[in-house]
Design a binder for this molecule. Structure first.
Ligand SMILES: Nc1ncnc2c1ncn2[C@@H]1O[C@H](COP(=O)(O)OP(=O)(O)OP(=O)(O)O)[C@@H](O)[C@H]1O
Ligand SMILES: [Mg+2]
Length: 143
């Protein structure tokens, strides 16, 4: 994704995470893929919510853990929000019909993307999230 600086970013509070999400939404073009990697509670869904906000999505974003993907069509482009935690391989992701979304007309944001890394586009924007030193701090590494 153009215009997104690579490297490590300290997110002191959730507001910094929001700023990152809005920036990603602004830079996103149809067919882009954001691969989110990080442990439980590091903020993958939170970041996705702010990306959605930036795209102008009006619906409430809820975790797609049991459906694998949820589509939101009310923003400036479709948002396909995946949570592939329960999948074992990239093959399984393709079996869900994800291919049309991955090189489609919208932005794909994928939680637990490391589980399906083998089938994601090479030019995906990978963001690794880690806990920081305080309750509200996270470290994002953008690759
Ligand atoms: N700087 C921060 N950025 C993002 N979230 C933060 C931050 N500080 C605290 N939080 C809190 O951390 C939690 C992150 O939860 P979230 O559901 O987004 O994590 P997740 O990575 O999607 O977890 P899961 O693996 O269960 O899907 C939220 O309760 C959020 O309010
Ligand atoms: Mg989540």
């Amino acid at each position: 994704m153009k215009d997104i600086e690579k490297g490590k970013l300290k997110l002191n509070t959730e507001d910094d995470t929001r700023t990152l999400g809005l920036r990603i939404a602004e830079a996103a073009e149809p067919g882009d893929v954001v691969a989110l990697i990080g442990d439980l509670g590091t903020g993958k869904t939170a970041l996705t919510r702010y990306i959605a906000e930036g795209l102008g999505v009006r619906e409430q974003i809820s975790s797609p853990t049991f459906t694998i993907v949820k589509e939101y069509k009310s923003g400036r482009m479709p948002l396909y929000h995946f949570d592939v935690y329960r999948l074992e391989s990239g093959e399984e992701l393709l079996d869900t019909g994800a291919e049309d979304m991955l090189d489609g007309d919208g932005l794909c944001v994928i939680e637990w993307a490391d589980k399906t890394a083998d089938v994601l586009p090479g030019d995906s924007l990978a963001i690794c999230l880690e806990y920081g030193e305080s309750e509200s701090e996270r470290i994002a590494e953008i690759l």
